[in-house]
Design a binder for this molecule. Structure first.
Ligand code: 5GP
Length: 346
């Protein structure tokens, strides 16, 4: 047994220090990024925020809505082959919609069939497992890279620099970072495993950038300020679940509670998801996600304006003309108190 004494940080442990700036308005800030992916060689231009591949959030409707604002979506993996083929066929080439898959043989074979039908319309894939530290995950990633040299691969999840490096060397263009921070995740509670998300982002980004790779901070953002902190900490992309949940574009039954309209949102390892997609929770495992009822929030476009406005504003406070400059201009200060909540939490 060993104890690591160095303090690790979450979003709520820090604020970003303001800096002198020549920017006069947040409308001058460019929050898009350009990348050339290390393995696929593809060029990317867009606002580097990705809707999570949860079946409530990673929907076709979300992909269309976010696509209008140059944001990306990772589709959930439970769509049928026929639906996926139709959807991708209708997309322009080199879109930033990610096809998601796990690492089973069925996942791989389904992907190969869909890809064969739609060709280059699938430019990006997301290989997603709860625990990115297993040999079977690494083997899968290597095989996928070998067979599809030109596809952009995002793979995860991990939370440490050495495993980020390993995944990049194995073929990932983007490493997805986060174990346990998610809004409907109960992994930390059920297993005791995890890593404070801001430190995970800082450490993994450093490791990835050293090899010409990128990271996606996945989970734990609860406000636009958290996105600013993740980008400030070095995240190239950010994946959002809860912040995009509860909208028209989401899948999730609408319920009524005390006369108010509510939308169901649940973790992909929750009992709800396993009942729905896997015929229940297998008897050797426990659920590692929960279900919540959220207030219905209307079209995602309104929320998006709020998120992008917050990130833009953060850039003006530190004098970053472009999102790319934000991390260079970020100094985090550790704090004991974040918000004044005398009038509640909203
Ligand atoms: P959020 O933005 O809601 O805080 O986090 C979204 C992320 O939580 C997802 O992209 C995924 O990585 C993670 N996640 C989704 N469902 C579950 C779950 O059931 N269990 C765990 N451990 N993580 C989940």
């Amino acid at each position: 047994m060993r104890i690591e004494e160095e303090l690790k940080l979450d979003f709520q442990d820090v604020l970003i220090r303001p800096k002198r700036s020549t920017l006069t308005s947040r409308s001058e800030v460019d929050i898009s990024r350009d990348f050339v992916f290390r393995h696929s060689g593809q060029s990317y231009h867009g606002v580097p925020i990705i809707a999570a591949n949860m079946d409530t959030v990673g929907t076709f409707e979300m992909a269309r809505a976010l696509g209008n604002f140059q944001l990306a979506t990772a589709l959930h993996k439970h769509y049928e082959e026929r639906e996926l083929i139709e959807f991708f066929q209708a997309l322009p080439e080199a879109s930033t919609v990610f096809y998601s898959m796990g690492i089973t043989r069925e996942d791989y074979e389904k992907f190969c069939r869909v890809k064969q039908q739609v060709g280059n319309k699938i430019a990006c894939v997301c290989v997603d497992v709860a625990n990115g530290y297993t040999k079977s995950f690494v083997d899968f990633l290597q095989r996928l890279r070998e067979n599809y040299p030109q596809i952009t691969i995002m793979a995860g999840n991990v939370v440490t620099g050495e495993m980020t490096e390993e995944l990049i060397l194995d073929g990932a263009d983007i490493v997805k970072v986060g174990i346990g921070p998610g809004s409907v995740c109960t992994t930390r509670k059920m297993t005791g495993i995890g890593y404070p998300q801001l430190s995970a982002v800082i450490e993994c980004a450093d490791a990835a950038h050293g090899l010409g790779g990128l990271i996606c901070a996945d989970g734990g953002c609860t406000s636009p300020g958290d996105l600013a902190k993740a980008f400030g900490g070095g995240a190239d992309f950010i994946m959002l679940g809860g912040m995009l949940a509860g909208h028209d574009e989401c899948m999730g039954e609408v319920a009524e509670q005390d006369g108010a309209r509510k939308v169901r949102f649940y973790g992909m390892s929750s009992r709800t998801a396993m009942d729905k997609h896997a015929g229940g929770v297998a008897n050797y495992r426990a659920s590692e996600g929960k279900e919540v009822l959220l207030d219905y929030r209307g079209p995602v476009e309104n929320t998006l304006q709020e998120i992008l406005g917050g990130v833009r504003s953060a850039c003006t406070y530190v004098g970053a003309h472009k999102l790319r400059e934000l991390s260079k201009r970020t100094t985090f200060i550790r704090v004991a108190r974040q918000l004044n909540e005398v009038f509640g939490q909203s």
